[in-house]
Design a protein around this ligand. Structure first.
Ligand code: NAD
Length: 476
C-alpha cells in the first residue's frame, strides 16, 4: 500500500493534521493508498511557499518556464504505463481509457509549452502626441487548482500547464477519491529541478483544506473543476477578497437526433458517449431529444446497443467498469426509481447487475417516455443512464435542449446543413458537437454557460485566465 505525503516547497512532508484519507480501488473495494487529510495549516504552508516562489518564477522568461513543461511531458511519457495502471486502480477507469488520459496529458504539456513564443501584448495608438500605450500581459499570481475525481490526471495538467507557463506559482488539490496519480506526478516533478514552491500538491477535504486555500488573501485565482455545489461554495468563499474564479462545473448535455440523421453513426456515438468512464464525464450525452418520425427505429437500435455494452474489471478492457463509489451508485439508483414513478419506462438495464459482485456497478440503462419536467431530464445523472424524449421536430428539440440550468456541451446528429446551422446559432451551450460526441480539443475552449461555469480552459482563451492586463501610458 502506498503512503503519500504533502508536496510543499519542493519537499515531501507530513501533514500538520497527521490525519489520513484511505484511497479505495472502486472495483476491488480494497485500500490501495493513504493520502494526507490536510488542514488549514497545510494550506497556509503551501500558500507561503507559492507566495515566496511567485516573484522569481514570474521573472523568468516564458521560454525557460516552458522548458519545465516539456520535461513534465517527457517524464510522463517515460512512466506512461505505471501511471495508467495507478489511474485505472484508483478510479476504476478501463485501462485503455486510462492510458489515453495519461498520453493526452503529456501532449497537453507539450501544447502549452509551445505557447511560450506565441502569447503577446499590444501597442495601442494614443490620442496624445508623443505617447505610446502598451498593454502588457502579466501573470495573475498564486493559483489554486482544485480537481475532481473523474479525470484527475488530465484536469490537473489543464491547470498546471497554463498556470506555470504564464508565470504563476501553483497549488494543486486533488479529489480525496483520487489523489494517487497526482502524487505520483509530484514524485516525477521532484526530479526535474523545478524551483521549490513553484508547484505544490496538497490533499485533503474540500470543506477544510480546500476552503482554507480558496479563501486566503494570498490566492489570486481559484480554478475549480467540479460540481455546481462546490462552485457555489467557492464563489461565496472568495467573495470577501474578490478573488478571481474560473469554474468548470457540471453538465446535462442534450443530444438532438434529427429525422435525417445517419442512425448507424448516431447510435454508436451516443452509446459510446453515455457509457464512457461509466457515464461519469461532464460533457457526455445526458438526455436525448429524438424526432418522432424516426424514434421507434432509433429506440430499437439504442436498446440493442446499450444491452450489448460490456462491463467488469477495468483491466480486462471491457466497455466500462463500475461507478466511483457506493454513494454515486445510490444516487443513480434513486434517480432512476423516481423517473419510473414519474412515468419513465425502462427499456434496458435499470438495476444493479448480479455480477461482478465487487464494485458499485449499474447496468447500462435506456429510459423511454421521458418528459421535460422529470428530474432525470433536468439534473446531472453522472452514470450510464440515458433518458430519451420524443419531439415533434427541431424547433421543439432546440427549445427543450436550451431549457436547462446547465450549459456545458450539446450535440446534434443531422445530414442537413440548415439543421446544423440552426444548432450552431440557436443552442445556448459552451460547446456543440455536430455528428459526433466527446471529446474537446486542447486548442479549443472548454467553457460552460449558465450554472456550468465561469471562464474556461484550453487554447489561447484558456491561457488568458492566468494572465491579467497592465496598461502603461508612456509620454516622451
Ligand atoms: P466535487 O465538486 O465534489 O469536488 C471537486 C473538487 O472540489 C474536489 O477536490 C473537492 O474536494 C473540492 N471541493 C468541494 N467543495 C469545496 C469547497 N467548498 N472549497 C474548496 N474545494 C472544494 O466534484 P467531483 O464529484 O469530484 O466531480 C464531479 C463533478 O465535476 C461533476 O459535476 C462533473 O460534471 C464535474 N466536472 C466538470 C468538468 C468540466 O470541465 N466542466 C470536468 C470534470 C468534472
Amino acid at each position: 500500500m502506498k503512503v503519500y505525503k504533502q508536496y510543499i516547497d519542493g519537499k515531501f512532508q507530513n501533514s500538520h493534521s497527521k490525519d489520513t484519507i484511505e484511497v479505495l480501488n472502486p472495483f476491488t473495494g480494497k485500500v490501495i493508498a493513504t493520502a494526507p487529510n490536510g488542514d488549514a495549516e497545510d494550506a497556509a504552508r503551501a500558500l507561503a511557499a507559492a507566495q515566496k516562489a511567485q516573484g522569481p518564477w514570474a521573472a523568468r522568461t516564458a521560454g525557460d518556464r516552458a522548458g519545465y513543461l516539456s520535461k513534465m511531458a517527457e517524464v510522463i511519457r517515460a512512466h506512461r504505463v505505471e501511471l495508467a495502471k495507478t489511474l485505472a486502480e484508483e478510479q476504476a477507469k478501463v485501462i485503455g481509457l486510462a492510458q489515453g488520459e495519461i498520453d493526452s496529458t503529456a501532449a497537453y504539456f507539450d501544447y502549452y509549452a509551445g505557447w511560450a513564443t506565441k502569447y503577446e501584448g499590444e501597442v495601442i495608438q494614443s490620442d496624445r502626441p508623443g505617447e505610446n500605450i502598451f498593454l502588457m500581459l502579466q501573470p495573475i499570481g498564486v493559483v489554486v487548482g482544485i480537481c475532481p475525481w473523474n479525470f484527475p490526471f488530465f484536469v490537473m495538467a489543464r491547470k498546471v500547464a497554463p498556470s506555470l507557463l504564464t508565470g504563476c506559482a501553483t497549488i494543486i488539490k486533488p479529489s480525496s477519491e483520487t489523489p494517487c496519480t497526482t502524487f505520483e506526478f509530484a514524485k516525477l516533478v521532484d526530479e526535474i529541478g523545478l524551483p521549490p514552491g513553484v508547484l505544490n500538491f496538497v490533499s485533503g477535504r474540500g470543506g477544510t483544506l480546500g476552503d482554507a486555500l480558496v479563501k486566503s488573501p494570498v490566492t489570486d485565482l481559484v480554478t475549480l473543476t467540479g460540481s455546481v455545489e462546490a462552485g457555489q461554495q467557492i464563489i461565496a468563499a472568495t467573495a470577501p477578497n474578490i478573488t478571481k474564479t474560473s469554474l468548470e462545473l457540471g453538465g446535462k448535455a442534450p443530444v438532438i437526433v434529427c429525422a435525417d440523421a445517419d442512425l448507424d453513426l448516431t447510435v454508436k456515438a451516443v452509446v459510446g458517449s453515455r457509457i464512457i468512464y461509466s457515464g461519469q464525464v461532464c460533457n457526455c450525452a445526458e438526455r436525448v431529444y429524438v424526432d418522432e418520425k424516426i424514434a421507434d427505429e432509433f429506440m430499437d437500435r439504442m436498446a440493442k446497443a446499450m444491452a450489448a455494452v460490456t462491463y467488469g474489471d477495468p483491466f480486462q478492457n471491457t466497455d466500462m467498469s463500475c461507478q466511483i463509489n457506493r454513494e454515486q451508485l445510490a444516487k443513480i439508483e434513486a434517480m432512476v426509481e423516481r423517473a419510473k414513478q414519474q412515468g419513465a419506462q425502462v427499456v434496458t438495464g435499470g438495476e444493479r447487475p448480479a455480477e461482478p459482485k465487487t464494485g458499485p456497478f449499474y447496468k447500462p440503462t435506456l429510459l423511454a417516455n421521458c418528459k421535460q419536467d422529470m428530474e432525470i431530464m433536468r439534473k446531472e445523472i453522472f452514470g450510464p443512464v440515458l433518458p430519451v424524449m420524443r419531439v415533434s421536430g427541431l424547433d421543439e428539440a432546440i427549445a427543450m435542449a436550451n431549457d436547462c440550468e446547465y450549459g456545458l456541451t450539446s450535440s446534434i446528429f443531422t445530414s442537413g446543413v440548415t439543421n446544423m446551422m440552426r444548432a450552431m446559432n440557436e443552442l445556448k451551450f459552451g460547446e456543440t458537437y455536430v455528428n459526433r460526441e466527446h471529446f474537446e480539443a486542447m486548442q479549443g475552449f472548454h467553457a460552460g454557460w449558465r450554472k456550468s461555469g465561469i471562464g474556461g480552459a484550453d487554447g489561447k482563451h484558456g491561457l488568458m485566465e492566468y494572465l491579467q492586463t497592465h496598461v502603461v501610458y508612456v509620454q516622451r
